[in-house]
Design a protein around this ligand. Sequence first.
Ligand code: HEM
Length: 279
Amino acid sequence: MTIQRIAYSAFVAFLASLLTLVSVSALSSSDRDESADDDLDPITLEALAEHDGAESCWKAIHGRVYDITDYLPNHPTAEEVILEWCGRDATEGWDNKRPGVPHSPRAESRLESYLVGRLAEKDGQSARRDDTAEKPGEAVADTARALSPAEDERLHRAMLGLPLDGRYRGVFGDGGEMQVSVQFDLRDGRLSSISFRHLAYRGVDYLVLEEDDAFYPVRVQYAQIAERLEGEPMTRIFALYEPERIVDDVDSFSGATLRGNKVISAIRNGLNRGVYSWP
Ligand code: HEM
């Protein structure tokens, strides 16, 4: 009896979710009645381009314009991913959250709550989906023409020789031995997520040492360096030239000075190599 009741409620729940899915996909931008959009405020590409950052982020998707500023912190990726598309036609990003994978109907219905207008027609051409359908070769030409604000910023910083936001990996080696390999993130000029991928000296691998090992304090000292640089501006690495400002006294600072210099070298090596990945 109870089992029958459970089976019945499961069936009802299944039907309900099926109905929700059907109604949500009925809202799908590709199926909607586009003549209804005539009532929406027309927004030109120029006006759209004014909202190209985190303070105000508008996106055109399938001919409609959305103000998604309030949604930015809730998007399930690093902000950079979604910020890149502010202030322009973001249909391509929307339809390819991963290559060839569009957003879900759930995301689509959320999007509708941020609607502010429709993309204005230009020179008698409609900006709607059908009229903007990609012709072969056009997508390539488009990306070559317009850099997104985030790409533009990256290019500028790279040309000025300024470090870019991103994940870095750098190494310090001497005497034929790789001694330090460090990974860190840089965001707005601040260090974070610093970790050592390799730490060794004269054949001793510090990363596998147990607490009772004579060299264990050295490993602790490296950990302190990483911990105390966390969240600091990148220039703080130069404090490592005077490590007593950063690490506890393990061996009267002489060893710390050497280690501090190795970490500085490894971090600078990472910066010279350039961004390893965009986390
Ligand atoms: C146009 C630029 C955008 C890009 C490049 C982008 C990219 C992504 C990526 C990479 C994911 C995670 C991967 C995955 O779920 O498989 C994701 C998920 C998601 N995004 Fe976006 N996104 C964009 C815009 C938006 C906007 C404007 C909204 C809503 C207002 C949104 C809502 C969501 C939601 C709800 C998810 C969870 C998965 C889903 O329901 O599809 N995204 N997006």
